[in-house]
Design a protein around this ligand. Sequence first.
Ligand SMILES: [Zn+2]
Length: 106
Amino acid sequence: MLAIENIVVMENELAIAWADGKESYLELEALRRACPCASCQGEPDATGRVVRPQVNYSERSFLLGSYQPVGGYALQIHFADGHGTGIYSFSFLRELGASSPGQGES
Ligand SMILES: [Zn+2]
């Protein structure tokens, strides 16, 4: 079970220290582009087809507003442009962190 020990907000990154000793560095821009909410990633229609919506980003889209833990398994991240419906599960955050260059699950 993943747990977060500490979160540090840097200029354009979120650094997460996990309870198991690993660290993830997540670029805010990558985080926003990966926003898992329905208005960013789309929802399947009646036939199961997912149409990815057109999302317009501004400079403020890639700045952090605030974040809050959700139910001990996820983080809800609010961006400075007011978008805050994305709920990032811990395992999703780990995956995102692991895909950055130089980081790897071992
Ligand atoms: Zn979103």
